[in-house]
Each structure stands twice: as structure tokens, then as C-alpha cells.
Design a protein around this ligand. Structure first.
Ligand SMILES: Cc1cc2nc3c(=O)[nH]c(=O)nc-3n(C[C@H](O)[C@H](O)[C@H](O)COP(=O)(O)O)c2cc1C
Length: 209
């Protein structure tokens, strides 16, 4: 068994963080730049934390290339709002491209040929090619430091949800097989739903049998 403490090299910590914590869902976060142009970037340090209030969170790390904050964090600190969009098999290549490190103010929607759509309650845009959109208001920013690789946890309250009817069942449930979400694994691995495994949640009575 390989064992180590986490006070050493960033790269080793990072490798084991993304290798162990998988599959990870991906938030495709849209924000407004200072000049009103759009910013878009994927984040797989992402999850949901509360249903009512409806709270999600994700974490941009300080860039290891420049030691600077990512554009998404800079924009959310200023605007206090954002939109979370989602990765599907159809948009994954363009979303991957949206993770390119562009200069601040360069619009990843234009760079990737993705389509911004006006939101209802926030200035940040929704992503047309995503079947689900969460319009979010900032709740918390918790910084874990300013050194390269340090994360900042951003949580947001989802004020409004949009879901394409093509991924919904008659009763309004999201159908995984229609949604075709993609997630992130170790290194450059991605997950798709090549098969769906149904796991029934056992009731207490069933467990006691
Ligand atoms: C699928 C995927 C997931 C990613 N997840 C994260 C993440 O959780 N945290 C992070 O700091 N960067 C993550 N990145 C890298 C960012 O997307 C990348 O640094 C991007 O340039 C940030 O854009 P911004 O400066 O416009 O905010 C991810 C990249 C990809 C392709």
C-alpha cells in the first residue's frame, strides 16, 4: 500500500484527489466579465448540498500556470451571481474546449461556438446547448488559500431552474437516458452513460428481513 501525507507536492495531491473522487459531475459555469462579455468554464469539483434552499457548490483552484485566480471566481466576487449549465454527450467536446485558458475578457461562447441565451433573474447567460440551467445567486465564498492549487469553494442558491422537455418524463422527472450527462474521472478520463445500472434503495423493512 502506498501511503503519504499531503504536505508535499501539489501534483501528487491533485492526482490522488481527482483519481479517488470520481466519477465527478461537471458544472459549466457562465459569468459576466467586467465589460459585459460572457465567460464560460467547466468545474468538476462540483456538487449539490441542499434542496430547499436549493444550494450547489463548486471550486475553482488558483491557477498553477500563473498563480492567479480563475476568471470565473473574479467575476463571481464582483457580480455575486452565475449560471450552472451541464455537460452531455452532445456538447462535451465544446465544453472541453471552453476550459482553454483564454485572456480575461475573451468570450468562451464565441471561442467554442456555443450559444448564450438570456437568463430571467441574473445577468450571466444560460448555455443553449445544455438541457438544464440553474440561475444562481452567490451564497458563500470560502477560500483555502492563495497559493497555486488552492481551492475556493463557491456556493450558490439556485433561484430558477430550466429543463428541456426532451429530457423529462411525463411526471417531470429527469430521464438519465435522455439527458446523457457526462462526468469526469482521473487524468483526462470522462464518464458517459454507456450503460445504466439501477440500484434499488432498500427500505428499512427490506434490510431487516
Ligand atoms: C471537465 C473539466 C473539469 C474541470 N474542473 C475544474 C475544477 O473543478 N476546478 C478548477 O479550478 N479547474 C477545473 N477545470 C479547468 C478550468 O475549466 C480551466 O482552468 C478554465 O480555464 C477556467 O476558466 P476561467 O478562467 O474562465 O474561470 C476543469 C476542466 C475541465 C475540462
Amino acid at each position: 500500500m502506498k501511503s503519504f501525507t499531503t504536505d508535499g507536492d501539489f501534483a501528487q495531491n491533485y492526482r490522488f484527489l481527482i483519481g479517488a473522487v470520481q466519477p465527478r459531475p461537471i458544472a459549466v459555469v457562465a459569468t459576466k466579465n467586467e465589460d459585459g462579455s460572457n465567460n464560460l468554464a467547466p468545474f468538476s469539483f462540483f456538487n449539490g448540498f441542499s434542496a430547499k434552499p436549493f444550494i450547489i457548490g463548486f471550486a475553482p483552484l488558483i491557477r498553477t500556470s500563473t498563480g492567479q485566480k480563475k476568471d470565473t471566481l473574479i467575476n463571481i466576487e464582483r457580480e455575486k451571481e452565475f449560471v450552472v449549465n451541464f455537460v452531455t454527450e452532445a456538447n462535451a467536446d465544446q465544453i472541453n474546449l471552453a476550459s482553454t485558458e483564454l485572456a480575461y475578457g475573451e468570450d468562451e461562447f464565441e471561442y467554442t461556438n456555443l450559444t448564450p441565451v438570456q437568463s430571467d433573474l441574473v445577468k450571466a447567460c444560460r448555455l443553449k446547448e445544455s438541457p438544464i440551467h440553474f440561475e444562481c445567486k452567490l451564497r458563500d465564498i470560502v477560500s483555502y488559500g492563495d497559493q497555486p492549487g488552492a481551492g475556493t469553494l463557491i456556493t450558490g442558491e439556485v433561484l430558477k431552474i430550466h429543463a428541456d422537455e426532451s429530457i423529462l418524463s411525463d411526471t417531470g422527472r429527469i430521464l438519465t437516458s435522455a439527458y446523457k450527462p457526462m462526468g469526469r474521472g482521473a487524468g483526462n478520463d470522462w464518464y458517459s452513460i454507456s450503460g445504466i445500472l439501477e440500484k434499488e434503495r432498500l427500505t428499512k423493512a427490506q434490510i431487516q428481513k
